[in-house]
Design a protein around this ligand. Structure first.
Ligand code: TYD
Ligand code: MG
Length: 452
């Protein structure tokens, strides 16, 4: 093989070294020195037969640029299409990240089984038999889906040249390795090199590539940050592994908005698309229980009704406990302080537990009012009317603040049969003839009157 030039760079300060060492002399950081490729051999890896040698591009007037032929590949999965902004763009690179066991492989295998195009699913993690067994659980009938177990990019490109697939899926980028780099799979330089090769292939042949990426323990995609810069779209598959719901969102999207959200339910036979999420997130119960309140939140562009549960009880051991699942604990403390100061509730000596049902995490500030209502309801042990719902932010002085797109939330609440929605007086609402009662409030004290 032709000679390849590599050298070692500190990933922290950029100092260059001739060989690897544990600590960087310049910045004194440990384990930051990584081998990087500086010169490849003449022959490139991916050379499509049709691509002319290095065609230089010329500047075009912006209104002369043709955007008409940008057809997107329909994935036949409504949630996935929505998150991507209407389907897969030819020649694009999409990175799907998520915790181990969340269902990344299941999602992409399921999509490749549904596609009517020729798909190549490359796995470096599981054997062909294992994948076949998984495919049988999902949808056994598909003759267009090819499975390859391989980790060397040069071999993958050889197979791609022979097969000419319409779409390529790589599970996962961390298992790939390129011959040009010595370091082991999953190292920064390997990931960078393999991604560069895949980008070159995707752009030259207009074949979309979907990559699966592992994440580190703090939730970032493993490998260099540059990986996220290199690809066109970064999707994150999240959810609580102990719950059945999974949420797919776009963190970066060069071809659409990052506001959209896809919801799936993990079943015995793969992931089911959830087209009406509000209905499943609200537990249907007959009796009214104290401490439950429904929030009309917005996840991206989609309205989502979410149930908030609070439990307030007298602290048995010295320091009261505050714990929140699916909600920011600092924000919970702030709301408790507001309740104490502005509405006179003595919560300082009480344990407060808060839970968002369904295992999802909400950061929409419009959930504040429902959190406050559920705490009040539990504290007084009085159930809220079960057809009440809430959508407003609570400020530090106890004022009820307006939230964005309130009309969309109101309409969703009405559609689901709620009788009353509590919103801020300062929201501009131009809806007419609504069946649902829109209760405008401006201070936290106003809420107390309705709730307890
Ligand atoms: P997997 O897709 O391998 O997760 P990842 O690639 O993100 O690591 O598997 C996720 C889990 O989903 C696995 O523990 C088993 C479960 N599962 C089901 O519940 N139903 C199914 O039909 C399949 C295929 C998997
Ligand atoms: Mg997997």
């Amino acid at each position: 093989m032709a000679k390849v030039k590599t050298t070692f760079f500190c990933q922290n300060c950029g100092s260059q070294y001739a060989k690897w060492q544990g600590q960087c002399n310049a910045c004194k950081e440990w384990n930051t020195i990584v081998e990087e490729l500086i010169q490849k051999p003449e022959k490139s890896d991916w050379k499509s037969p049709t691509s002319p040698v290095k065609k230089a591009s010329i500047p075009l007037r912006i209104n002369e640029i043709d955007t008409s032929k940008e057809p997107r590949l329909n994935t036949f999965d409504a949630e996935f299409n929505r998150v991507l902004g209407g389907g897969i763009v030819p020649g694009s690179l999409t990175l799907l990240g998520g915790e181990p066991g969340i269902g990344k492989s299941t999602l992409l295998l399921q999509i490749s089984l549904k596609l009517p195009y020729k798909t190549l699913y490359v796995s470096g993690e599981e054997s062909q038999k294992q994948i076949k067994m998984r495919a049988e659980r999902i949808n056994p009938e598909n003759s267009n889906c090819y499975i390859l177990t391989e980790t060397k990019t040069q071999n993958i490109f050889k197979q791609i040249e022979a097969l000419e697939p319409d779409i390529v899926i790589i599970d996962s980028i961390q298992t790939l390795h390129s011959d040009y780099i010595e370091s082991s799979s999953g190292s920064i330089s390997q990931i960078k090199e393999c991604t560069t090769e895949l980008i070159k292939f995707a752009k030259e042949t207009a074949t979309p590539v979907l990559l699966i990426g592992h994440i580190t323990k703090d939730g970032n995609i493993a490998g260099p940050k540059i990986l996220e810069h290199m690809v066109d779209t970064v999707l994150q598959f999240e959810g609580d592994r102990n719950h059945v719901f999974r949420i797919l969102r776009a963190h970066k999207n060069r071809f659409g908005s990052t506001n959209e959200l896809g919801i799936y339910e993990m079943q015995g036979s793969g992931l089911r698309e959830v087209s009406n999420p509000s209905e499943i997130l609200i537990s249907k119960k007959d009796e009214e229980l104290s401490g439950n309140a429904i929030a009309a939140t917005l996840e991206g562009m989609r309205p989502l009704m979410i149930e908030v549960q609070a439990l307030v009880s007298t602290a048995v051991y010295g320091t009261p406990q505050r714990s929140a699942t699916g909600f920011n604990a600092k924000r919970l403390n702030m709301l408790l302080a507001v309740l104490e100061k502005r509405a006179g509730f003595r919560l300082g000596a009480k344990d407060v537990f808060l839970n968002i049902t369904g295992g999802i995490t909400v950061d929409d500030p419009a959930i504040d009012l429902a959190v406050v209502a559920s705490i009040l309801s539990s504290n007084e042990d009085v159930a809220l009317q079960k057809d009440f719902c809430f959508a407003a932010e609570v400020g530090l002085s106890g004022e009820i603040r307006p939230v964005q797109r309130v009309e969309q939330r109101i309409l969703e609440a009405e559609k689901l049969g709620f009788s009353t929605i509590f919103v801020s007086k300062y929201n501009k609402i131009s809806l007419k003839n609504t069946v649902i009662k829109i209760q405008l409030i401006s201070k936290i004290e106003d809420l107390v009157g309705f709730v307890v």
